[in-house]
Design a protein around this ligand. Structure first.
Ligand code: CUA
Length: 344
């Protein structure tokens, strides 16, 4: 009997110690969304179960090894037990009850995480090998709706956002550890569009990472997320929605930033993934088939709408998305070329 009391005491003490460590040690990334609060709550419950069962097993084993070891002078075998109906009923019913309870709170948390807020703003997310593009629909003056495309996902704090996820090519996965939610992004059009709801509750800069192996540069498929207060979000959106009334070069720079070109093409001569744009216009480039071309308007236009037509030596075909012909307007393409031409 004294053994049982000691073991029970040690199990309780160890559970509290291990449980407090697991629930307080920063094992998880920063918590930055309302959904994360719920999911972390589930984590905490599981940590306590883990602490309890870990303690139950290790205390029994260690206690038995030390206290019931064969002492000098002792001989013979231990006492054999065969079957214990009461114990078997207990260790069947208790785990079933625990699993059922976990199922109930799991379903309840899922419902909370997927709760639809009628006030939610919608952002279309386009994944492609290997970048992210975010498209907002904004009502501008006169009631017309303008599309704003950005390479950065800007979100207002404390408002639910409905992300509609589309893929231009293969399966990707939208994952922001700080938001705790993850969703595969499927190609195949409207029928395969998936949705994800997030309510950011912490201002700051985060990163979306692709969480599905999607080819050569999967490791580098990331984009910045900025959570800002509501008024800052609205003014950012209005600013983006305005027509580009700058010079062609400046508009080209804006499109190159918004559409993610600059993720792969540097402006300072360093080779990131594609050729740098600095000093590119007017230069001679040797192609992978051995021929040489001069970089002019026609070549750049072709490289944007049909990037695999000519590949510069040292670079690979199939890396640049082949979808820009359907994304950029002719005017935007001309302005991007003007921007590249200005980078002498
Ligand atoms: Cu996209 Cu991995």
């Amino acid at each position: 009997m004294i053994h049982l009391v000691i073991v029970a005491f040690l199990v309780v003490a160890s559970t509290i110690g291990v449980g407090l460590f697991l629930t307080n040690y920063p094992l998880l990334p920063l918590q930055a969304s309302e959904q994360a609060v719920n999911i972390d709550g589930l984590f905490d419950i599981h940590w306590w179960f883990i602490a309890f069962f870990f303690s139950l097993i290790t205390v029994f084993v260690v206690y038995s090894v030390i206290v019931f070891r064969r002492k000098p002078g002792e001989r013979g075998d231990g006492v054999y037990m065969h079957g214990n109906t009461r114990l078997e009923i207990v260790w069947t019913i208790v785990p079933i009850a625990i699993v059922l309870w976990l199922a109930v709170i799991g379903a309840d948390s899922l419902a909370t995480v997927e709760r639809r807020d009628p006030e939610a703003i919608t952002v279309d997310v386009f994944a492609a090998q290997w970048n992210w593009r975010f498209q907002y629909s904004v009502e501008v003056e006169g009631g017309t709706v303008a599309a704003v495309v950005s390479d950065t996902l800007v979100l207002p704090k404390n408002q639910q956002v409905l992300l509609r996820l589309h893929s231009d090519d293969v399966i990707h996965s939208f994952y922001v550890p700080e938001f705790r939610v993850k969703q595969d992004v499927l190609p195949g059009g409207e029928e395969f569009t998936r949705e994800l709801r997030i309510t950011p509750n912490l201002e700051g800069t985060f990163k979306v990472r692709c969480a599905e192996i999607c080819g050569q540069l999967h490791w580098d498929m990331q984009a910045e997320i900025q959570v800002v207060d509501r008024s800052e979000f609205l003014s950012w959106l209005q600013e983006q929605a305005g027509d580009c009334e700058l010079s062609p070069e400046e508009c080209g720079q804006r499109w190159a930033t918004q559409f993610g070109c600059l993720a792969c093409h540097s402006l300072d001569g360093t080779v990131v993934i594609g050729p740098s744009w600095q000093g590119l216009y007017g230069s001679s480039e040797e192609l992978s088939d051995g021929s040489t071309i001069t970089v002019d308007d026609a070549y750049l236009h072709e490289s944007i709408v049909d990037p695999n037509a000519k590949i510069v030596q040292g670079f690979s075909a199939g890396v640049m998305p082949q979808t820009f012909a359907g994304i950029l307007t002719e005017e935007q393409i001309q302005q991007i070329i003007a921007f590249i031409a200005s980078l002498q």
